[in-house]
Ligand binder design. Structure first.
Ligand SMILES: Nc1ncnc2c1ncn2[C@@H]1O[C@H](COP(=O)(O)OP(=O)(O)OP(=O)(O)O)[C@@H](O)[C@H]1O
Ligand SMILES: [Mg+2]
Length: 232
């Protein structure tokens, strides 16, 4: 068996936000390696830097100092276009708000990242239906998102994140708007995707859900306070 490689490596990562020239240090020196195939949760109080950290890993924003390596590539060296391409190719995002377009079908919503990639219609449809199948919603393909429950909408958003077959899935409080039964369904989907080899990082406030992952990182005031391995 080959040794798992770090898919993500953060080196002395710092992020300072400025509003009205007042600095807010959101991350104050994070060092972290995430190996291929890990399922990691990030927990911590509000304002501890969880979303900032996920946005840095997902190349949605640039660090003030330090490095983010994705598959060994220092992403600070990439142009905005190259970053966009890296996101489209390697990373799937899931947010607390499902961010689905309400006027188009579920199927079309899931196809969107493939349109960006220039994949032709018939192939798009096959790929999107397969992604919907993975979240148990193939039958909802021709509905509009508003005809679905919150839990189902979030599963559509997961299908949209999956459809490009990303090796990394980043989820920022994906269960924040869901009741506990739907939250569990969503986290179980993540666990199943992880068992198929995907690397998953999930931010959550809920310790019970964090325990579905294999590793829990505790953030406080922009620093890793401690981490824990989950024994299941
Ligand atoms: N765009 C921004 N401009 C200025 N300050 C920001 C910005 N985004 C975040 N911050 C600040 O950075 C710190 C970390 O914020 P972040 O959103 O990462 O926390 P969080 O752990 O995700 O919190 P929550 O659990 O409430 O989502 C906070 O002090 C926040 O106010
Ligand atoms: Mg947050």
């Amino acid at each position: 068996m080959s040794i798992p490689k770090p898919v993500i490596e953060l080196i002395n990562l710092k992020k300072v936000y400025y509003s009205n020239s007042i600095p807010t240090p959101a991350l104050r020196g994070i060092n972290l390696k995430i190996l291929e195939g890990e399922f990691t949760s990030i927990v911590g109080p509000s304002g501890s830097g969880k979303s900032t950290l996920l946005n840095m890993i997902g190349a949605l924003d640039r660090p003030t100092e330090g490095k983010v390596l994705i598959d060994g590539v220092d992403i600070s060296k990439l142009s905005d276009d190259e970053l966009a391409e890296l996101r489209n190719r390697k990373i799937g995002f899931v947010f607390q708000a499902y961010n689905l377009l309400s006027r188009i079908t579920v199927l079309r919503n899931v196809e969107l990242p493939l349109i960006v990639r220039g994949i032709q219609a018939s192939e798009r449809r096959i790929m999107a239906l397969k992604a919907l199948e993975e979240v148990g919603l193939r039958d909802a393909a021709y509905k509009k998102p508003t005809q679905l429950s919150g839990g189902e909408q979030q599963r559509v958003a997961i299908a949209r994140a999956l459809v490009t077959d990303p090796k990394i899935i980043l989820a920022d409080e994906p269960t924040g708007n869901l009741d506990s039964a739907n939250a569990r369904i969503v986290v179980e989907i993540f666990r199943r995707l992880n068992e198929k080899g995907r690397t998953i990082i999930m931010v959550t406030h809920n310790m019970e859900l964090a325990r579905y992952s294999k590793r829990i990182i505790y953030l406080r005031d922009g620093l890793i306070e401690r981490e824990e391995e989950v024994n299941t």
